[in-house]
Design a binder for this molecule. Structure first.
Ligand code: 6MZ
Length: 347
């Protein structure tokens, strides 16, 4: 029944576990940023990849450089983070883990510390305003910055994990997958693990990262970002799959991002199918909702249409995502309760 389908999707609840802050900036917020900095001559077409458009992953990383020019003060970060949180809330996301790479900008006196403080401030402001979403923060390591910066980032995250009242819960490893090698980042990631920070690591986003994936799986991570080329049909290996399966390490699935960034040729060929059929935990995520012009509901709809999922299966996908969140058992319990209360009667 088409009508019921529509009704269901309008009410879709979700958890968003893979969202890069500066990749999640909406058109509206981007316009405010562009107005603040007219001298940069940046147009919106330079910061987003519209419907039907594709870019190489390299070109996607150029887009982030443009956005970083627009977001370089505490004031910008506060606005961007607040807007992004409210937009996810308006899309019925009830639990959000935002991730972002702390940057320092000498010309605006932004420091990595004040960067993190500002994201935390945005989370607290939204909470105080009663926005109906629980938000946590993953401090991101940009792999291209090497071992030393990675260690510095982990130390900062450690400090904030202790002082933020549970808002900083983990570390993300991201950045251009063709640059650098995870091997040199292992000491930083091990330290993060040992001090209680959770690990979400981008893995096998492009081919030829098999050796690195082996190393990273040894940590092991708490969640895998993308994991596109892990399985044998994509040139990965059965042993990598076995290890992810044995550890039940959830995969963060970003359909639009992977297709627009051309690491996956089409939705129907997306690796989600492989892992979902294995019964492996998969979480539907947006990655960069601003850059890839999507949102959480749209990603669930895409999953439903590309893989023929019935409404019940879509609901279960969003419900099970709670098992993969980094916040503690109490939060999980509250979210499970919410899902029970809000479950549409027709399912
Ligand atoms: C790897 C990505 C990414 O941290 O400034 N980022 N890293 N693969 C992807 N797939 C498309 N999308 C985003 O947000 C932007 C940063 O997130 C990472 C990159 O390091 C990018 O510079 P923040 O908030």
């Amino acid at each position: 029944n088409f009508y019921l389908h529509d009704l269901f999707y309008l009410r879709e609840l979700s958890h968003e576990l893979h969202a890069h802050l500066n990749g999640s900036v909406s058109v509206q917020t981007m316009e405010k940023l562009i107005r603040r900095k007219p001298h940069l001559n940046i147009e919106h077409s330079m910061t987003a990849i519209g419907k039907g458009q594709r870019r190489t992953l390299d070109e996607c990383f150029e887009v982030f450089k443009v956005i970083h020019k627009l977001v370089d003060t505490e004031e910008d970060i506060l606005m961007v983070a607040t807007d992004v949180i409210k937009e996810f809330a308006a899309d019925n996301v009830k639990y959000l883990e935002l991730r972002s790479t702390p940057r320092e900008e000498n010309h605006t006196r932004l420091t990595k510390k004040s960067y993190i403080e500002t994201v935390i401030k945005a989370i607290q402001q939204c909470k105080n305003e009663g926005v109906d979403i629980d938000v946590r923060f993953l401090v991101a390591i940009d792999r291209r910055n090497g071992a030393e910066v990675a260690m510095e980032t982990v130390k900062l995250a450690e400090e904030f994990m202790l002082s933020s009242g549970g808002l900083v819960v983990g570390i993300d490893l991201s950045g251009d997958p063709t640059v650098g090698h995870g091997r040199c980042l292992l000491p930083a990631l091990e330290r993060a693990r040992n001090c209680g920070l959770k690990l979400s690591l981008h893995m096998a986003e492009v081919p030829s990262q098999l050796e690195e994936s082996e190393l990273l799986l040894n940590l092991p991570p708490d969640r895998i970002g993308h994991g596109t080329f892990l399985h044998p049909e994509m040139g990965g290996s059965q042993s990598l799959v076995d290890r992810a399966v044995k550890g039940r390490i959830p995969l963060e699935i970003c359909l639009t991002s992977n297709v627009k960034g051309q690491t996956v040729p089409s939705y129907s060929q997306h690796h989600f199918r492989y892992w979902y059929q294995l019964g492996h935990p998969c979480v539907i995520c947006t990655d960069d909702k601003g850059v890839f012009c999507t949102d959480s509901s749209q990603e669930y709809q895409l999953a439903a249409s590309a893989f023929g999922l019935r409404p019940e299966a879509v609901w279960t996908l969003s419900e099970r995502a709670v098992d993969c969140i980094f916040a503690g058992d109490e939060v999980k319990q509250q979210l499970r309760q919410k899902w029970t209360e809000l479950k549409p009667g027709l399912l």
